[in-house]
Write a protein that binds this ligand. Structure first.
Ligand code: B12
Ligand code: SF4
Length: 526
């Protein structure tokens, strides 16, 4: 049977990274089937096109995975496919929480023939076999023989055949430049960010997050060996096609068990499996100097930190009191000393936020090492404690906000400001943090660093800007380039003519300094 796994586009940004679930389920598909992957962010298709594709390619089963924000699109695509007579199975966090919605049991239309609840590593092969027999059940629940929920162990993790998977749709290097760039340095003909998981789960239970309910109560890890082998496979693939790979460790909290994270990073270094990587780690786990040394030495370049707010009252409200705004600066300095920078995520519209929250936040951000601040709104995702609290209090203004997804729009009324004021805070945050002046300052603040670091922060800021200011129109990029022409000119001039070397002076030598490969010392950073 030919199986299509499809992830709808998010309607805002183009694809920068594929979704792991597709590769994982492909690797877990029983032998004898052909599995094709389409990521709507990389290969946009409307309902008619996907239906045509399913007919033309003689697809026998379609699997669709989606977060809440893409679910409306996912349902439209599913409807179009089901109209061709091909069965659709849906999975992922949204349908896990609202299976009846997908199955049309809540009074609405039916969108899926079957739903896979929770982690589908063990149920997917059963689904495929049932589909072959034409005996799909409505719900697939991962349970043990006694009917108790079972979280798959990650100790026997499947090998994802990265060496042979078609990754053309995920190359971030434009086709026109690929041939030329293949000859630059070790080769830049391709550049891909690949999702890799080393473990699942986070027990912290932040009020707005679905993770603790979905994965959280049992934290599981892959073996170090399996992660290291995956990195080696990715490195080899990049080398063979004269390109580059960076890895996004998508674990919810990559250092949830610091001892284990250190041991994994040591093994990565020992095996020479360093790639440039990004991971999500909460601020409270970044106090350990040795951990930060290992992050840097193993190729860590960016850490995503869910700071959420600089107001401890807000943090307490959402059960994230373990975040201590007073230590944010120290954490970021500690990372920056090793040339690791942070994607700092903030949420506005929290219950203690008042007008001016964005500027107050930015006043702090401006005193920190340069990074990538991102701003969002408190969003009640289905089945989270936050959703239940707001529903009980009658504060939801759009209880089924996912049915008509609007980017950066609140679905409830904050306590100390209006919805419009909260929207204005987010807009202010993005506009200020990504203005040409702010970009120039970020580049300047790394003046004592090699050129690669400055180019890195500049390009990363340009890309992140697109999260709020969509870069979809034909003139979007030329306009942004024109606005930032002074900074671009400065960087290009230095690249061509060089400049007088200025010593870079790390305050603290890393004991792992001698282990750094040229690839991770910065000049060619991703
Ligand atoms: C990586 C990641 C991202 C990446 C993008 C996704 C990507 N390209 O990989 C980035 C960093 C960009 C991102 C951004 C956002 N994310 Co995010 N992200 C994740 C994260 C950390 C990992 C996803 C992952 O790969 N997990 C590992 C795989 C194996 O798990 P999985 O996807 O759930 O798949 C399993 C099952 O769900 C199931 N399954 C999934 N799909 C399908 C399909 C079929 C057919 C079947 C049978 C089974 C199945 O089987 C899989 C194996 O068990 C998750 C948290 C998490 N741990 O999952 C949050 C998460 C998915 N993100 C979330 C959110 C809210 C967001 C944002 C909206 C945040 C924001 N406010 O801006 C943005 C929106 C992104 C966008 N523009 O669309 C929420 C979604 C909750 C929800 N109900 O939708 C999650 C769950 C985290 C949370 N805080 O609750 N995210
Ligand atoms: S620390 Fe992050 S992953 Fe863990 S519960 Fe909180 S928001 Fe979710």
């Amino acid at each position: 049977m030919k199986i299509l796994l499809y992830n709808p586009d998010n309607g805002v940004t183009r694809n920068f990274m594929p979704h792991l679930w597709m590769f994982l389920l492909k690797a877990l598909t029983p032998p004898g089937h052909e599995v094709v992957l389409i990521d709507g962010n990389a290969q946009p298709m409307d309902e008619a096109q996907i239906a045509q594709y399913v007919r033309d390619e003689n697809i026998g089963l379609v699997g669709i995975g989606a977060m809440t924000r893409m679910i409306a699109k996912a349902y439209r695509i599913a409807d179009a496919i089901r109209a061709t007579g091909v069965p659709v199975v849906m999975g992922g966090p949204h349908v896990t929480e609202l299976a009846d919605e997908a199955l049309g049991r809540d009074g609405g239309p039916r969108h899926a023939d079957a739903v896979a609840l929770g982690e589908a590593d063990e149920t997917w092969p059963l689904i495929v076999n049932d589909a072959v027999r034409g005996e799909l059940k409505e719900k697939y629940v991962p349970v043990d023989e006694a009917g108790k929920e079972r979280k798959p162990s990650l100790t026997a993790y499947p090998v994802i055949p990265w060496q042979s998977i078609d990754l053309d749709q995920f190359n971030l290097v434009p086709n026109a430049a690929a041939n030329m760039l293949r000859k630059v340095g070790e080769g830049w003909g391709t550049f891909r960010i690949i999702p890799v998981e080393s473990g699942r789960g986070c027990p912290y239970g932040c009020e707005f997050c679905t993770v603790t309910g979905f994965f959280g109560d049992s934290i599981r890890f892959r073996t170090n060996e399996s992660v290291v082998n995956e990195l080696l496979l990715l490195k080899a693939r990049a080398r063979s096609e004269k390109g580059q790979m960076a890895v996004f460790f998508i674990d919810d909290n990559f250092a949830i068990n610091v001892k284990r994270t250190k041991s994994l990073l040591r093994d990565i270094i020992a095996a020479g499996a360093q790639v440039h990587w990004v991971a999500q780690i909460s601020a409270n786990l970044l106090r350990d100097e040795e951990l930060i040394d290992l992050i840097a030495a193993s190729g860590g370049k960016w850490v995503f930190i869910g700071m959420e707010s600089i107001d401890p009252a807000n943090l307490k409200d959402v059960n994230k009191g373990f975040n201590k705004p007073g230590e944010y600066a120290a954490v970021l300095e500690r990372l920056a000393k090793r040339n690791v920078y942070a994607i700092t995520s903030f949420i506005f519209g929290m219950d203690n936020d008042t007008v001016g929250a964005a500027e107050r936040t930015l006043q702090q951000v401006r005193t920190w090492p340069p990074g990538l601040p991102i701003f969002g709104l408190l969003t009640p995702l289905p089945a989270t404690p936050l959703y239940k609290r707001l529903e009980t209090a009658g504060r939801l203004t759009r209880p089924k906000h996912w049915q008509e997804f609007i980017p950066f729009a609140m679905a409830h009324t904050p306590l100390k400001m209006t919805i419009e004021e909260a929207h204005a805070e987010v807009k202010y945050g993005w506009a200020e943090a990504y203005s040409p002046e702010a970009l120039a300052k970020a580049v300047e603040s790394l003046d004592d660093q090699p050129l690669g670091y400055r180019i890195n922060i500049f390009l990363a800021r340009l890309c992140f800007r697109g999260i709020y200011f969509p870069m979809m129109g034909r003139l979007a990029w030329p306009k942004v380039i024109a606005q930032n022409s002074r900074t671009i000119y400065k960087l290009v001039k230095e690249a061509v003519f060089g400049r007088k070397a200025r010593p870079s002076s790390p305050d603290r030598e890393s004991p792992y300094e001698d282990r750094l490969t040229p690839e991770v010392t910065g000049e060619v950073s991703a």
